[in-house]
Design a binder for this molecule. Structure first.
Ligand code: GDP
Length: 391
């Protein structure tokens, strides 16, 4: 039997590092691209034949013919969002149903989960995207959730109604959630898709690219709790979310921007404000692809990056969006201090990414983290890319 090889693309910051672009660049080298955690809060922005496409549930590999796309067990899935995405892709001439497969242990996001974020103020404080992801994971861990494996059970609808009634009873007076027609259409769509036991399905392939959502600093355990997401965004999430053994993991692609951004509340030691922040937001188009919210911006935090590299076992560090910083006389990187009093090292800026000072920046990152910068993304499109170390 062939040994299964699993490589992973993980965000090393607070999400939005450009993972979608990196996955899109690497996808054609794999048989399967798989999401292993998260829900429709991830918004990977991709460009396909000049069209901007944001994918929330379907793995970015869908634009590559012949590549299977797996929504793995660790994911929570909103049937309505899936339906919209499938329809959108069909309009671009891609039929995702030919290559899309769902793990049987994926859990459903129900209308009541989205409703819960509206009627309770908890999500607001954490800065969630209000897509029902947190409540869906909470139900999953409270062993009340609904896995897609139950779609064929005769009491499937009853289970959904019971769970909805359970939550509605906690908020007397609030108008109950609405089950839209498109929710049930999404459920019908799910019935059409192959639902698989991952350990049995994956063994027919030789290579899988696991596509992370959010970033390491938002991991439910390793991140800046409580301002975190509800799942494991780290390498641990790949093992659990795809049901693969640790021996299967080969390369860990860790993605970081040349600066930093964060959405929502929570510690952000290198944050900048005022004009500096506006400059980065504008130059880097730092607005959430799912929520439209402006992102908080700051300098690259090498202390946090080194931590993320260590806990994920990153072997191939990938740098994105250094082009955004072109033209600055100097750039700062955090190299020490505490979270409240970070210390910086100032490095010369670059006019273009061919400048020697950009290579100097890369070498500084390598020296500090102890890992080579393997890939460099030089712009949003697939072609804006080079690999520093030949595979
Ligand atoms: P993801 O969730 O990690 O995939 O990140 P997002 O899609 O939210 O944000 C990344 C954004 O940056 C997208 O709009 C990408 O098209 C864009 N992007 C990715 N890499 C680069 C790069 O190297 N330079 C520039 N200028 N934009 C990039």
């Amino acid at each position: 039997m062939k040994a299964l090889r699993v490589d992973a693309v993980l965000g090393l910051q607070w999400g939005d590092e450009g993972k979608g672009k990196v996955v899109d660049t690497l996808a054609c080298r794999y048989s399967v691209v798989a999401r292993f955690q998260g829900g429709p809060n991830a918004g990977h922005t991709l460009y396909h034949r000049g069209h901007k496409v944001v994918l929330h549930q379907i793995p970015s590999g869908i634009f590559h013919e012949g590549v299977y796309c797996l929504i793995g067990d660790g994911v929570v899935l909103d049937p309505e969002v899936l339906l919209r995405e499938v329809e959108g892709l069909r309009m671009l001439g891609i039929d995702p149903l030919e290559r899309l497969v769902i793990g049987e242990n994926v859990h459903l996001i129900l209308p009541v989960h989205i409703w819960l974020e509206e009627v309770s103020a908890e999500g607001e404080k954490i800065g969630t995207t209000r897509r029902g992801i947190g409540p869906a994971y909470a139900d999953r861990y409270a062993r009340r959730g609904i896995p897609v494996a139950w779609l064929d059970r005769s009491d499937f609808r009853q289970r959904i109604e019971e769970l909805t009634a359970y939550h509605v009873a906690r908020f007397p007076g609030a108008p109950p959630p609405i089950f839209s027609e498109s929710f049930w259409m999404g459920i019908e769509l799910l019935r059409e898709l192959p639902r698989v036991r991952l350990s049995e399905w994956l063994i027919q392939f030789d290579s899988v690219l696991a596509e992370g959502s959010q970033g390491t600093m938002l991991d439910i355990f390793a991140g800046t709790y409580p301002y975190v997401t509800s799942s494991h965004t780290t390498i641990a999430g790949v093992l659990a979310g795809l049901a693969v053994p640790p021996q299967a993991i080969r390369e860990v692609y860790g993605v970081t921007k040349a600066y930093a951004t964060r959405v929502g509340e929570g510690a952000f030691p290198t944050e900048v404000f005022g004009e500096e922040a506006q400059w980065l937001q504008t130059r880097g188009s730092e607005r959430g692809s799912t929520t439209g919210r402006l992102r908080r911006c700051g300098w690259l935090d090498l202390v946090a990056l080194r931590y993320a590299i260590e806990i994920n076992g990153v072997s191939r560090l990938t740098l994105t969006k250094a082009d955004v910083l072109c033209g600055l006389p100097q750039v700062k990187v955090r190299t020490g201090g505490s979270d409240t009093h970070p210390e910086y090292t100032i490095l010369p800026g670059w006019q273009t990414l061919e400048d020697a000072s950009f290579e100097e920046f890369i070498r500084f990152i390598e020296g500090f983290t102890g890992v080579s910068v393997w890939g460099v993304s030089t712009g949003p499109s697939r072609e804006d890319w080079y690999e520093r170390i030949a595979v």
